[in-house]
Ligand binder design. Structure first.
Ligand code: NAD
Length: 510
C-alpha cells in the first residue's frame, strides 16, 4: 500500500472471488454438513487440527506479516507482534485450556436433593458466524474462529472488505492445516454480505467492529434470539497520578496512543495527568513524540492510516477541537495535510473540553488529547464520563491506590502502569462494558461461550416418586418443619432429617 493509495471499491476479495449473497445458502448448508461430522470428533482430533494451524502460521509468519502490513499500512513488526504472535499464543492457549474448559464439570447438589448428582456439559453450538474489522484483520478473525472451532463448531468468517488480501490469506491457512470441508469457510465481501450472513440463521454470531454495526447486528439477532457477542469501539482513558514513573508513563502513553496509527480499539484516546506534574509531563510527551518516525519501513515507528474514511473522521475531530480553542502541540494542522494521503504525523492536543468530539467519540487515529486534573475523584469522574467502556489504565507507584481506582472504573479491562495489553493475555476474558460491547471471549469462560452449557441432574431412578411430587396430601406441615429446621437461624439437622424421612415414607405409599 502506498500512502496515497485508493482501493477500487469492487476489490473486496483479495484474490479470491467475491462471495455473492446468493451463494450463502450453499455455504451455510456446507457449514452444517461440516458441523455434523466435526462436532462429533473427539477433542484430541480437534486439537490436532488447531495445532497444525499453529505450525502453518509459524512457518508462514513472514508472509503473513507482509500481507497484513501491506493491506493495512501498519509496520511489519507490528503485524508480527500484535497479530501473528497474539494468534499463535491464543491457539496454544486453546490447546492447553479447551480440554479442561469444555470437560464435564461436577457441580454441588444441595442436601434437599439428597441422592442426586449434578454436572455441567458443554456442547458445540453449530454454525458460528464471525464478522471482523480491518484494524487487526488477522488477529480479530482468527482468535474467535479458533475458540469456536476448538469448542466443536463450524465457522463462517467474513473478514473486512477493507483488507481483502488478509481474508484470502486466512482461507489458505485453514486449507494448509487440512480442516475438513465446510468446517472453516471464509467469505469475501462487504456490509451487504455481512448482513446477509447474520440473516442466514447461524447458531451464534461473534462480531467485532463499530458500535453502529453492532447495533444493526443486534437488531437482527435479537428478535431471532441468536446468541451474539459484540466487541465494539472504545475511548480509553489513561490516568497518570503525580507519583507515577513519568518516563515510563510518557513512553506508555505514546505507544498506547500511536501504535497502529491509533487505530486500536483499546488505544489511549484520552490522557488525564495530575496537575502538579502536568507541564513537565507534557514537555517530555511532546519531545518523545517528535522522535517517532512515520512511514512504512521497518525502521519507522508509526505506519499509515488504513482507510481514507478513517482519515476523514480524524480530520473532523481535530478540526472541531482546534476551532473550539484546543491547541496542537505537535503534528500537522489538518488543513495542511496532503490530499488523499494516509500518512498522518502523531498529534498532541491540549486545552480540549470534555464535550468535544475528540473526547467523546472514537477518533481511531494518531491523536492524543491531554487534560490536567487535581484530585483522583475528578480523574475518575472524567474517565467514566463516556458512553464507551472498553479498557483503561492507571499509573502510580502506589499499587494499592491504583487498584482502588481501577475498582471504580467502568471498563471491561484495566491496567496498572501499562496499556492495551489485556487483549494479549488469552487467559483473561476480553470484552467491553457500556457501549463497548456485550459478552466476552478469550479465557476458559470465553471458550465456554462458544458452547451450549447443559446443566444435568442425575437420579439413580430407584424411588417410586420424589417427596415434592403428587399427591400433596399430608405434606404441607412437614415441608414447613423442613423449612424451619434447615433455613432458619436455629438450624437443626436432626429435625430436618426427621421431617424428610416422614416425607419419604408418605411418598413411598403415594
Ligand atoms: P465496521 O463496523 O464498519 O465493520 C466491521 C465488519 O462488519 C466488517 O467486516 C464489515 O463488512 C461488517 N459489516 C458492516 N456492516 C454490517 C452489517 N450491517 N451487518 C453485518 N456485517 C456488517 O467496523 P470497522 O470500521 O471495520 O472497524 C473499526 C471499528 O471496530 C472501531 O469502532 C473499533 O473500535 C472496532 N473494534 C473493536 C474491537 C474490540 O475488540 N472491541 C477490536 C477492533 C476494532
Amino acid at each position: 500500500m502506498t500512502d496515497t493509495q485508493n482501493k477500487a471499491p469492487s476489490d473486496v476479495s483479495g484474490g479470491s472471488s467475491v462471495t455473492e449473497v446468493s451463494q450463502l445458502p450453499s455455504i451455510m448448508a456446507s457449514a452444517r454438513t461440516g458441523f455434523s461430522e466435526y462436532s462429533r470428533m473427539p477433542m484430541d482430533s480437534r486439537l490436532e487440527l488447531i495445532k497444525k494451524l499453529r505450525h502453518v502460521i509459524v512457518e508462514r509468519q513472514d508472509e503473513i506479516s507482509k500481507v497484513v502490513a501491506s493491506a493495512t499500512g501498519k509496520i511489519k513488526l507490528e503485524a508480527l507482534t500484535t497479530e501473528v504472535m497474539v494468534v499463535v499464543d491464543a491457539i496454544l492457549h486453546a490447546e492447553k485450556r479447551a480440554p479442561k474448559a469444555l470437560a464435564n464439570k461436577r457441580i454441588r447438589t444441595p442436601i434437599t436433593f439428597i441422592g442426586k448428582k449434578s454436572y455441567l456439559e458443554y456442547k458445540p453450538r453449530g454454525v458460528v458466524a464471525i464478522i471482523s474489522p480491518w484494524n487487526f484483520p488477522f488477529m480479530l478473525a482468527m482468535v474467535p474462529a479458533v475458540e469456536a472451532l476448538v469448542a466443536g463448531n463450524s465457522v463462517v468468517m467474513k473478514p473486512s472488505e477493507e483488507t481483502p488480501a488478509v481474508g484470502s490469506l486466512i482461507e489458505s491457512l485453514f486449507k494448509d492445516a487440512d480442516f475438513p470441508s465446510g468446517v472453516a469457510q471464509v467469505i469475501h465481501g462487504g456490509r451487504e454480505l455481512g448482513e446477509a450472513l447474520v440473516k442466514s440463521n447461524p447458531d451464534f454470531v461473534h462480531f467485532t467492529g463499530s458500535v453502529n454495526t453492532g447495533r444493526t447486528i443486534a437488531g437482527i439477532t435479537g428478535p431471532q434470539l441468536i446468541p451474539t457477542i459484540l466487541e465494539l469501539g472504545g475511548k480509553d482513558p489513561m490516568i497518570v497520578l503525580e507519583d507515577a514513573h513519568i518516563e515510563r508513563a510518557v513512553n506508555g502513553a505514546i505507544w498506547g496512543a500511536f501504535a497502529n496509527s491509533g487505530q486500536v480499539c483499546m488505544s489511549v484516546e484520552r490522557l488525564y495527568v495530575q496537575n502538579s506534574i502536568f507541564d513537565a509531563f507534557l514537555d517530555r510527551l511532546v519531545n518523545e513524540t517528535n522522535k517517532l518516525k512515520v512511514g512504512t519501513q521497518n525502521s519507522d515507528d508509526i505506519g499509515l492510516m488504513t482507510t481514507h474514511r478513517q482519515v476523514e473522521v480524524v480530520k473532523r475531530h481535530v478540526k472541531e477541537a482546534l476551532d473550539k480553542g484546543a491547541k496542537l502541540l505537535t503534528g500537522d494542522h489538518p488543513d495542511t495535510w496532503e490530499p488523499n494521503s494516509l500518512k498522518i504525523r502523531p498529534m498532541i492536543l491540549t486545552d480540549v473540553k470534555q464535550d468535544m468530539a475528540v473526547m467523546q467519540e472514537e477518533t481511531f487515529g494518531p491523536v492524543l488529547p491531554v487534560v490536567p486534573f487535581d484530585s483522583t475523584e475528578q480523574a475518575l469522574a472524567l474517565a467514566n464520563d463516556s458512553r464507551f467502556g472498553l479498557n483503561s489504565s492507571v499509573w502510580t507507584h502506589d499499587l494499592a491506590k491504583g487498584r482502588r481506582i481501577i475498582s471504580r472504573l467502568r471498563t471491561g479491562g484495566a491496567l496498572l502502569n501499562d496499556v492495551i495489553l489485556t487483549i494479549g493475555n488469552p487467559y483473561l476474558p476480553y470484552g467491553g462494558a457500556k457501549e463497548s460491547g456485550v459478552g466476552s471471549y478469550h479465557a476458559d469462560s470465553g471458550i465456554q461461550n462458544f458452547a451450549v452449557q447443559t446443566a444435568v441432574m442425575v437420579d439413580h431412578g430407584r424411588k417410586v416418586r420424589e417427596v415434592n411430587w403428587f399427591p400433596y396430601l399430608g405434606k404441607e406441615d412437614l415441608f414447613q418443619k423442613l423449612l424451619k429446621s434447615y433455613w432458619s437461624s436455629s438450624r437443626n439437622f436432626g429435625k430436618f432429617g426427621l421431617s424428610y424421612l416422614k416425607l419419604l415414607s408418605i411418598s413411598r405409599k403415594g
